[in-house]
Write a protein that binds this ligand. Structure first.
Ligand code: 3DU
Length: 248
């Protein structure tokens, strides 16, 4: 007897506003209110430990139900392959459409995570270099190797620092145009709206500047205007309509 295997259809990231909102609040009602209000101005909502530890993994599904954009989780998976496999499965079963994972743990873990994600048609963003100053200490020296590995293993994309736009440019040179770059660090961490995209990123990840604003929707709208006017006439590197990578 053949068994029917349910393959959940993950929502795909599409570059429209080119902003991913990091919704790092700790209260689900608040998260839902903000998610609904800012949805027109973002391509994705990214959830992380602050919300999920407070409200449980079902918060992923609750937010997903409230909006149409893909939901990313930012658990920065970094365990041995077996445990990473289970973390990935649990996250994707909870409704995530894409995940972040660390690259420094090495190719066996990264390969395993991409394999699980592909079963769900979900996106994988491998962190090459983080955006905070401390990332220069240990991550930056190996970031380029991580980016190359992520590309070769067929990750959807990498995470590179909007706080250091020249590094984004370097990562773009290394990975070519098929692999996307999502760049956190805009706003509260000091990165300027548009800098990372002008250097070759596909998305800028923005958290506190939006969800801590008095009027998150108005702020997200303003950011969108700012981004548009920065990109106007400046010819950012063209957008990629990427497909899922199956090169694992
Ligand atoms: O600094 P913000 O509030 O704009 O939020 C940035 C988000 O991006 C936050 O969720 C953080 O966990 C995530 N992130 C980085 O800031 C830096 C990285 O290298 C990777 C993820």
């Amino acid at each position: 007897m053949t068994q029917t295997v349910r393959v959940p259809k993950a929502r795909q990231l599409v570059p429209r506003t080119r902003v991913i909102h990091a919704l790092d609040v700790e209260d689900l009602d608040k998260a839902l209110t903000i998610a609904n209000a800012i949805e027109p101005y973002v391509d994705s909502i990214k959830l992380s430990y602050p919300l999920i530890l407070a409200e449980g993994p079902q918060a992923i599904g609750a937010i997903k139900e409230a909006v149409k954009v893909p939901i990313l989780t930012c658990f920065k998976v970094a365990d041995i392959p077996e445990i990473s496999h289970r973390i990935m499965k649990a996250t994707l079963d909870a409704g995530a459409d894409g995940v972040t994972l660390h690259g420094f743990v090495g190719r066996d873990t990264v390969r395993e995570c991409i394999k699980v994600a592909n079963e769900y048609n979900a996106q994988t963003l491998v962190i090459a270099e983080m955006s905070h100053p401390g990332a220069e200490e240990f991550m930056q020296p190996v970031g380029e190797k991580i980016a190359e590995m992520a590309k070769n293993l067929g990750a959807t994309g990498i995470v590179a620092p909007a706080t250091r736009p020249q590094r984004v440019k370097r990562y773009r040179e290394i990975i070519g145009r098929e692999t996307i770059i999502a760049a956190p660090g805009v706003g509260s961490q000091g990165g300027h709206v548009g800098d990372a995209i002008l250097m070759g990123a596909d998305y800028e990840i923005i958290g506190r500047s939006i969800y801590q604003a008095k009027d998150p929707a108005e702020t997200a709208k303003q950011i969108q205007h700012q981004l548009r006017s920065r990109l106007e006439g400046k010819r950012p590197i063209p957008l990629i309509q990427y497909a899922r990578h199956d090169a694992v």
